[in-house]
Design a protein around this ligand. Structure first.
Ligand SMILES: [Zn+2]
Length: 465
């Protein structure tokens, strides 16, 4: 506020935003603390955001593993924990994802995933229960709902997907292709250290209540700390959303020895975990090669990445993540026929997973096979609706096919949700040239009105320290 006690324009904009959101949802009792707390979205909205966004992030992580027993196991352990939480009514679902980096996350209504990378790193079921308990803790504290408006949450959730498509297609007009984000780019929230403390505390409590050894949390943290020393790039994404600290480890150790001293005989289910995850450990060499390849990509060493993925595929020729990442590497190297071949193989291996369609489409687009590209963009759009960038690519492809009317429909659809980027400028240009939009009339000369100050963009608060 300024010295007159008035809000500056910027403060007014921010306060206005918060007020509008408050009217929609307002204060709610925090399910864990029992205290009243400002919630920017309602429970119903949490469910809507979750269901809209989660499928996109799971697809960016190469989908759930094609191993029903593995998914059922992760889901069973997760739900055993979730029913003990303060929000047992939420529609929790847990799955093992094909991605190879080390990560775990949840959407606000409990759609959660753990990667092959982290499943390979853990050694017993109490660690898995601790990990899933931590994620359930975030859902119970409603960390996202208390921090972000619905629009921001949806935007953040879809940004990762849109960002990947955009990065892959920077120069669509020249049909050149860059390398998109290969890991899962952005996660939903950057939790604060306080959020992490709360999720850890709840997670360890659920763990013990679920009959597991309280050290499950201690061992999980030990493993993450060790991995962070040996393979920091594998945990980058996880630690950007769940900041790690030695304090978190120390607290888990202390609680195990004090609050949970009487529970030291509870189960770890090591053998069961080893049995259930045996198929992942059987792929260990291939997973490690892919992790090395991702590391090389992070260092912009595409040649080394290609060697690592080739080695992974020689061990596991049917690996969806391996095939699809190799297709993206070939796109980056501008070897479009090879990219198409790898993407087609990925699609054949996992026809229900959408990301392969996107890479097939991009390969075809670069080969100027517009009919095939359109069919794949359209299939992708139907399998995974809600990514507005697709309308642009469909429009662009239809234009190349000479189907102006349909192209115009897609460009118009694109402009409904995007209005200020290169693609929208391109769409406006085409729609104007085809007579769908009237060119702006010349403004009559008048005394110019003073320009009002432009609204300041609200800076996104960074929650990680
Ligand atoms: Zn966390």
């Amino acid at each position: 506020m300024n010295k007159h006690g008035l809000l500056s324009r910027r403060e007014f904009v921010i306060a206005g935003g918060v007020t509008a959101a408050t009217v929609l949802s307002g204060c709610a009792t925090n399910p864990v603390t029992g205290q009243s707390q400002l919630m920017l979205v309602s429970e119903q909205q949490e469910v809507e955001i979750d269901q809209e966004a989660a499928p996109h992030q799971f697809s960016a992580d190469y989908g759930a593993m094609q191993n029903p027993a593995m998914n059922a196991y992760v889901d069973e352990v997760g739900k055993r924990i979730a029913v003990l939480s303060q929000r047992p009514q939420m529609p929790y679902s847990f799955r093992a994802l094909n991605a190879v980096h080390v990560n775990a996350y949840t959407f606000p209504a409990g759609s959660a995933g753990v990667t092959r990378g982290i499943l390979l790193a853990m050694e017993d079921e109490s660690e898995l229960a601790a990990l899933l308990g931590h994620e359930v803790g975030h859902v119970n504290y409603r960390h996202m709902a208390s921090r972000q408006s619905k629009a921001m949450m949806t935007q953040l959730a879809l940004l990762a997907v849109v960002g990947a498509v955009e990065a892959t297609n920077k120069k669509y007009t020249t049909l050149a292709v860059g390398l998109g984000s290969l890991g899962s780019g952005l996660l939903l929230a950057n939790y604060s250290r306080q959020d992490e403390r709360q999720a850890d505390e709840s997670g360890q409590a659920y763990l013990v209540k679920g009959g597991y050894h309280p050290d499950g949390m201690v061992h999980l943290m030990e493993r993450l700390v060790a991995l962070n020393t040996s393979k920091p790039s594998m945990l980058e994404v996880m630690f950007s959303s769940h900041p790690m600290s030695t304090e978190r480890y120390d607290t888990a150790v202390r609680r195990s020895a004090t609050d949970y001293a009487a529970f030291q005989n509870q189960k770890t289910n090591r053998e069961r975990y080893m049995d259930m995850t045996a198929s992942i450990r059987a792929q260990k060499d291939a997973i490690v090669a892919m992790q090395n390849g991702m590391n090389a990509l992070g260092e912009n060493n595409v040649g080394e990445a290609e060697r690592q993925y080739a080695s992974a595929l020689s061990l596991q020729p049917q690996d969806y993540t391996g095939l699809l990442t190799m297709a993206k590497i070939q796109l980056a190297l501008k070897r479009f026929p090879q990219a198409r071949d790898f993407a087609n193989r990925a699609r054949a291996v996992y026809p229900e997973e959408a990301q392969a369609r996107q890479v097939c489409a991009l390969s075809a687009l670069n080969l100027r096979q517009f009919d095939a590209a359109y069919a794949d963009f359209d299939a992708y759009d139907r399998m995974l609706p809600g990514n507005s960038v697709l309308a642009f690519y469909k429009g662009f492809t239809l234009e190349q096919m000479g189907r102006k009317k349909l192209a115009a429909t897609e460009f118009q659809r694109y402009l409904q949700s995007n209005s200020s980027d290169d693609q929208s400028a391109y769409a406006v240009n085409r729609l104007t040239a085809w007579g769908y939009i009237k060119p702006p009339a010349p403004t009559p000369a008048k005394t110019p009105m003073p320009t009002p100050p432009a609204a300041q963009p609200i800076k996104k608060k960074k929650n990680t320290v």
